[in-house]
Design a protein around this ligand. Structure first.
Ligand code: FE2
Ligand code: FE2
Length: 175
């Protein structure tokens, strides 16, 4: 290595160590990421309720499963468990409520996935119930849980939470 490139490599290393921006490209606040995913799944749910075509509903159902299942599981381990761990009664109740609502959404989604006739009134009704459950859940989550997260975790911690959220989502298998 030439003297020039040795100096360049050393100064790059110094710049890296003293960098004021430790975040990597694509890093974002966990709450921004959750909001994006909430919008995405709510849009899919609106479409599946409105649709009357079997093939379209099938595609939408697969997309909803892929979006919703990893989101809720990773949210529980990374976000809910973090606020439940804070010694504060409100946080514990908010976290527990989130778990209960996820369980209801999970059961409704499983029920929807078992309905063979995708144009039946039963399918439309179950999709509608799931949409309403998620709407209610998202509204409360963004109000209550997010207030708890903002109170206990600063901007840097919320970026680190997003990295853990992404890693946790990758571990969830969707059948
Ligand atoms: Fe969520
Ligand atoms: Fe949630």
């Amino acid at each position: 290595m030439s003297m020039k490139s040795t100096i360049k490599a050393a100064s790059d290393k110094v710049a890296e160590v003293f960098s004021t921006k430790p975040e990597k490209a694509g890093d974002m606040d966990i709450l921004d990421k959750l909001h994006m995913e909430h919008d995405e799944v709510q849009e899919l749910l609106e479409k599946i309720v409105e649709s009357r075509k079997t093939a379209e509903r099938k595609t939408l159902l697969a997309k909803i499963r892929k979006a919703l299942i990893p989101h809720t599981k990773a949210e529980e381990s990374v976000v809910y468990d973090a606020i439940i761990a804070v010694k504060n009664a409100k946080n514990k109740i908010d976290g527990a409520e989130g778990y209960v609502e996820h369980e209801l959404a999970d059961r409704t989604l499983a029920r929807l996935s078992k309905i063979r006739n995708l144009t039946s009134p039963e399918f439309t009704a179950t999709a509608k119930v799931l949409k309403e459950l998620i709407e209610h859940h998202v509204k409360e989550e963004e109000r209550n849980i997010w207030a708890d997260v903002r109170e206990k975790f600063d901007a840097k911690a919320r970026i680190a939470m997003n990295r853990r959220f992404e890693a946790a989502k990758k571990k969830v298998r969707v059948a």
